[in-house]
Design a protein around this ligand. Structure first.
Ligand SMILES: Cc1cc2nc3c(=O)[nH]c(=O)nc-3n(C[C@H](O)[C@H](O)[C@H](O)COP(=O)(O)OP(=O)(O)OC[C@H]3O[C@@H](n4cnc5c(N)ncnc54)[C@H](O)[C@@H]3O)c2cc1C
Length: 389
């Protein structure tokens, strides 16, 4: 399938149509005819994702490329979006899977690799400890866990919304699921791609020098994941989509719905003593994001669109952190109330609570700085002239 403008089409994306470009033409009698005028110009040599061939095609070099129009003319972009939302959630999930693979690998390595001693152990004859004993290594593992499992929780929530949107007998619930998906899709795509790539970077760091070699898989995870912030709409475009369209659509209906869902989780967690502190932090962050969104919305309404959108990537990071904190509190609610049947279960739930705490205490506070810059309509980036770079 190929998106292309027909002759005399309206300019820009409004003139794009969807085509099927066959490799061979089909004769009137139904048999395969001559080859169509579409050529393989080369194979792209990629940083990662080397198990999949990526090609550079040339259409109509001889002016004889035949294509079949799919649907109506000029509807190409709308047709593409039938697959695009699902593909974007798929990209987010792919990023999460690669991030998780790196986390699991580096976790196992950290349990096995012995190196160094505790900082208060001065006896040079004492045996080295497994590197997971070092707080800084546990920090890198907690970071990976909080990014990958936090993002997975959000992606699973979105997957549930897909089911509700398709199957719920109540039209109001189907509509709400649709709105939430519209809003969360750019976040799941871009936040997961950015932060699960960061998780892969940390997995390499946990392995030290070995992480940088091809003897171990963590460098491949990073290379493979590096595609995800780029394709199916680069992350910068996801930020523009989120701020320029999704949070503002239908008078902010989707955004209000998300805030309502977050408030419900915060309320439930507020009555669980171990989670009260996080519930307050989540409510505070949600209020900060709401205020920031209102400031940016007002700027766009008075025509300062370019300024308001100049920090859209930072805005996506802000909403993403809020959504991941929410995802963690949802998981922590289950973990805090669970009655573990085995020691392994107890470790599992304790790990969930630790990663939740890590995300709230070490990661979420960055949203304050994000909100401050966004509310100030900081023009540092916009005002930097291309010539100065
Ligand atoms: C391995 C691989 C496989 C692919 N497979 C397919 C495929 O099967 N089918 C297909 O159709 N495509 C495919 N692509 C293409 C892919 O979707 C694009 O590379 C991607 O959408 C980014 O577009 P671009 O490369 O044209 O970058 P550009 O659009 O040139 O973007 C470059 C940079 O500029 C930024 N930028 C661009 N426009 C704006 C703007 N308006 N405002 C702010 N920032 C902007 C982007 O965020 C990005 O950081 C593939 C790409 C790769 C690498």
């Amino acid at each position: 399938m190929v998106l292309a403008p027909r002759r005399a089409a309206p300019p820009g994306v409004k003139g794009i149509s969807l085509f099927i470009v066959p490799k061979f033409r089909v004769n009137d009698d139904g048999r395969l005819g001559e080859r169509n005028d579409v050529q393989l110009a080369g194979v792209n040599h990629k940083l990662g994702q080397r198990g999949i061939v990526n090609t550079f095609l040339k259409f109509g070099e001889r002016g004889e490329c035949f294509a079949e129009l799919v649907g109506q003319p000029h509807q190409g972009l709308a047709q593409m979006f039938h697959m695009m939302n699902e593909a974007r959630i798929g990209v987010g999930l792919g990023a999460i899977m690669l991030g998780t693979a790196g986390y699991r690998y580096s976790l196992q390595y950290a349990r096995e690799r012995k190196q160094g001693r505790h900082p208060d152990q001065k006896d040079p004859a004492s045996p080295p400890v497994a590197i997971i004993e070092h707080a800084d290594v546990r920090r890198m593992l907690l970071q990976q866990k909080s990014y990958t499992e936090g993002a997975l929780g959000l992606a699973m929530y979105a997957a549930q919304r897909v089911d509700v949107q398709a199957q719920d007998p109540d039209p109001a619930r189907r509509r709400e699921a649709h709105l939430l998906l519209e809003l969360l899709t750019p976040v799941i795509k871009a936040w997961s791609a950015d932060w699960c790539l960061k998780a892969n970077d940390l997995a390499i760091q946990v392995l030290g020098g070995y992480g940088y070699t091809r003897e171990y898989p963590v460098e491949q995870h990073w290379r493979d994941n590096r595609l995800n912030p780029i394709h199916e709409g680069a992350n910068g475009i996801q930020g523009l989509d989120l701020l320029g369209r999704k949070v503002m659509m239908d008078g902010g209906a989707a955004f209000k719905l998300l805030l309502r869902e977050i408030a419900a989780t915060a309320s439930a967690a507020g009555s669980v003593p171990a989670l009260t502190e996080h519930a307050i932090a989540l409510s505070h962050c949600a209020a900060t994001v709401a205020k920031t969104t209102a400031v940016l919305g007002a700027a766009m309404a008075r025509g300062e669109v370019r300024l308001a959108l100049s920090n859209a990537s930072r805005y996506l990071g802000l909403v993403g952190h809020l959504a991941i904190a929410w995802s963690w509190l949802r998981q922590a609610l289950v973990a805090a109330k669970a009655t573990p049947a085995t020691a392994a279960d107890a470790d599992f739930y304790a790990g969930k609570l630790a990663a939740c705490r890590y995300f709230f205490v070490h990661e979420l506070p960055v949203t304050e700085l994000d909100a401050q810059l966004l509310c100030a309509l900081d023009a540092t980036v916009l005002d930097t002239r291309p010539e100065s770079l």
